[in-house]
Design a protein around this ligand. Structure first.
Ligand code: AMP
Ligand code: GLY
Length: 426
């Protein structure tokens, strides 16, 4: 099998490595990839938002499968163009990717499918926002309706701050915000593969969205993750499939817009059971990296089954009993104003720590071949170990070996879980 993977972040680096490790895969092409991906895949520059260019690349290399990593090409309809050109694709159509692209659409589908989620009001004027904030009470949750790279959500006790964020979102063309009930309880990411009909869940992970230790500071794209979640209820995966993922996939199929790809179910485990915080139409980043580090099933075969309606007959997934911890090394100033262009060294030394893999997120090589930062999240240090404590200590030993001026990372990824301090509300 030849596989084309689209994207250029650490998630795509993990996807490429996992696909390449499948014995049925003879070649991986990455568009455009990054300097880390380049070690495993043949990287080709391409505008991943240009469906015709992507389909041409797939044709040129006669690939058997296209895997779309990020949300933007999905929302732009790149999966539709590739499917029309005859390629099996992991990644939903533009119509189905609205589950991620529009929070109000996701709410409408959840309501139709009777999926448990936060009570919400969709608002297009500041007066409606004010009324919704008062009706729902603090803490306030204000979400930009459209795509915002994980930064469109403000959770605050301050009514003024909530209004200010809503004002910014509404000022955009076609501005629309969703005001939500606050969901209490630990957050979990559960990725569900779907071929449009059947659903196969991966194991859950927990993601750390705030920039600072102890969940301080603004939201980011994700600063770290771990898997498995020993503290989560044993029935979590089957509950989420039965009450959330399968009804959502059924509703999308009923509407004539089947969801083929990875449904990212972002959950809060509340005292009244798991409720959906958000849907995404792709693997999480970096939470996906924690999950893929533990998957033993040949991944390309699994993805191919999802892309070709074959999940119902696919054998049960196999998982390593190891724990995986991902620590993101972020650029100076991330997430507010990341600085790029700084030299990165120490990756080889970091990768020599037993159990550690270093994934490239935002990196590039300059004209002299020197590796430099090129984005807010620069590297992912992924470590596996017999338990979370061992995986954490390997990850942090490796992080200390990476040198990037001004960089920062969270020091508490998986700490509470390793100490047994997380409890699901009762
Ligand atoms: P989203 O982009 O919808 O995932 O929101 C980003 C983050 O904001 C989530 O991971 C949560 O930490 C927080 N958040 C979103 N919605 C809620 C909610 N209804 N209650 C509590 N926290 C929320
Ligand atoms: N880690 C959060 C996301 O991928 O949206």
């Amino acid at each position: 099998m030849k596989v084309l993977v689209l994207g250029s972040g650490a998630r795509e680096h993990a996807l490429v490595k996992a696909v390449a490790a499948d014995p049925e895969v003879e070649a991986v092409i990455a568009g455009p990839g990054n300097p880390g991906i380049d070690a495993t895949a043949f990287c080709v520059p391409v505008d991943i938002l240009d469906g015709a260019a992507v389909a041409a690349l797939a044709a040129q290399h006669a690939v058997d499968l296209v895997v779309i990593g990020p949300e933007a090409p999905l929302v732009a309809g790149v999966a539709d163009v590739c499917r029309s050109a005859g390629f099996p694709v992991v990644g939903p159509s533009a119509a189905a990717a609205r589950l991620e692209g529009s929070k109000s659409f996701a709410k409408e589908v959840m309501a139709a499918a009777e999926v448990p989620t936060a009570f919400a009001r969709v608002c297009t004027t500041l007066d409606e926002v004010a009324a919704a904030l008062d009706a729902l009470g603090a803490p306030h949750v204000v979400k930009d309706d459209g795509l915002a790279a994980g930064k469109g959500v403000v959770v605050t006790d301050s009514r003024d701050e909530a209004l200010a964020h809503a004002r910014t979102c509404l000022a955009k063309d076609g501005g629309c915000v969703v005001i939500e009930e606050f969901l209490d309880g630990p957050e979990v990411s559960l990725f569900c593969l779907s071929d449009g009909t059947s659903v196969v869940p991966l194991q859950p992970a927990q993601d750390f969205k705030r920039v600072g230790d102890g969940d301080a500071g603004p939201n980011t794209g994700g600063m770290g993750a771990y898997s498995p979640l020993d503290w989560a209820p044993a029935t979590l995966m089957s509950d989420v499939v039965e009450r959330i993922a399968q009804p959502t996939v059924d509703e999308m199929r009923r509407r004539g817009t089947p969801f083929v790809g990875i449904l990212y179910v972002g959950l809060a485990l509340t005292s009244r059971g798991p409720k959906v915080v958000e849907f995404n139409a792709r693997l999480g980043d970096p939470d996906g990296q924690a999950v893929l580090a533990r998957l033993e099933t040949p991944f390309a075969q699994l993805l191919h089954a999802a892309a070709t309606g074959g999940l119902a007959d696919f054998p049960d997934l196999r998982w390593s009993s190891d724990a995986a911890v991902v620590v993101v090394v972020a650029a100076s100033g991330y997430p507010v104003a990341p600085r790029t262009g700084d030299r990165i060294t120490g990756i080889d030394a970091a990768a020599e720590v037993p159990g550690v893999v270093v994934l490239h997120a935002g990196t590039r090589r300059d004209e002299h071949g020197v590796l430099r930062s090129a984005g807010g999240r620069v590297l992912d240090v992924v470590a596996t170990g017999n338990d979370l404590a061992k995986a954490r200590s390997a990850a942090y030993r490796a992080v200390e070996l990476v040198e990037l001026e001004g960089s920062h990372h969270r020091t508490d990824i998986a700490l509470k879980a390793a100490r047994g301090e997380i409890a699901v509300g009762v």
